[in-house]
Each structure stands twice: as C-alpha cells, then as structure tokens.
Design a binder for this molecule. Structure first.
Ligand SMILES: Nc1nc2c(c(=O)[nH]1)N=C([C@H](O)[C@H](O)COP(=O)(O)OP(=O)(O)OP(=O)(O)O)CN2
Ligand SMILES: [Zn+2]
Length: 147
C-alpha cells in the first residue's frame, strides 16, 4: 500500500456554542490539516507514471481549503451562533465570519474537509485535523488508509 500525505496549516478562530469552560470564549488555533491518498497500485504510463496521484493535485485542493478557512471566524449556524454573529456585525469591524452547519470541533472540521476534498475529485482516504500540536481528529469513510 502506498500512502501519500500532504499538509496545510491555517489560522482560524472559532466559537463553540454551548461549551462551558475556557473554550467557551472566542479563540483561535493554528490548525494543521493532513490529507492522505492511498493506493495499492501506481499509474503505469503517462504523466502520472510511478505515482499514486500528483502531489500538485492534492496541494491544489488543500490550497482551496486553506483559502476557505484561513483568518476566518467559524460560527455554528444555530440560534446562539447567529446571535453572536449579529452582535459582531453590529460593530464597526467587518469580521470575516464563516457560518457552518455544525459545531466547529476538530471532529466536524475533519469530516467537512474530507468531503470538500472528495468533491474536488481527489480520492482522499483520511483527513486529520490538529487543533493543537497534541490534539487531533482523523476522519475517514470505510476502511482507513492502511487497511
Ligand atoms: N473532542 C474535542 N474536544 C475539544 C475540542 C474539539 O474540537 N474536539 N475543542 C476544544 C476547544 O477548541 C479548545 O480550544 C481546545 O483547547 P484545549 O483542549 O484546552 O487545548 P490546549 O492545548 O489549548 O490546552 P491547554 O490546557 O491550554 O494547554 C475543547 N475540546
Ligand atoms: Zn478551540
């Protein structure tokens, strides 16, 4: 089994609706995202000969993910999230909010990013999202890459 790994990092703030404790405050992370693409075989001819996939193709997809999340404030699109967004928008600063249909945890973000990469046509088998250097969540569908 061949497993490609490609990584991006971005800075994103988030609001965890309904959370009690220090993470209830608006705060941010330097997110690290690792996407894996796996195959038992390699292309046998043409531009991709000897490759599972061109790293450049994976990088292009990850760049789009970076653009979507970098320097945004992720807020869940529920009653509390919409109220927080409304209050922020009342002020003089045009904050760049990204309203998402989920609580923006590492778990939900890994699934969202996995689905976005898949929709871009890259046969990703796993996405790992690190919120901090020590804490991450991996998402995959079906058998994980190494099985
Ligand atoms: N299963 C999950 N648990 C938590 C998530 C999550 O996405 N999935 N997220 C958070 C908060 O986003 C929080 O910012 C995480 O920070 P924390 O666990 O406190 O990590 P730190 O390294 O910053 O902790 P220190 O104690 O400050 O070193 C919470 N839980
Ligand atoms: Zn956090």
């Amino acid at each position: 089994m061949f497993i490609l790994k490609s990584e991006i990092q971005f800075d994103t703030a988030h609001f965890l609706s309904g959370y009690t404790g220090k993470c209830a405050n608006l705060h941010g992370h330097r997110y690290r995202v690792i996407a894996k693409v796996a195959s038992n075989t390699l292309h046998t001819d043409g531009q991709l000969r000897g490759m599972v996939e061109d790293f450049g193709t994976i990088k292009q997809a990850l760049k789009k993910i970076e653009k979507l999340f970098d320097h945004k404030l992720l807020i869940e699109n529920n009653d509390e999230g919409r109220e927080v967004a409304r209050q922020l928008k009342e002020g003089p600063t045009d904050f760049d909010l990204y309203m998402v249909p989920y609580r923006p945890t590492a778990e939900e973000m890994s699934r969202h990013i996995y689905q976005l990469i898949k929709e871009m046509g890259v046969q990703v088998c796993e996405v790992e999202v690190f919120e901090t250097p020590a804490n991450s969540c991996s998402y995959s569908e079906g058998p994980v890459c190494s099985e």
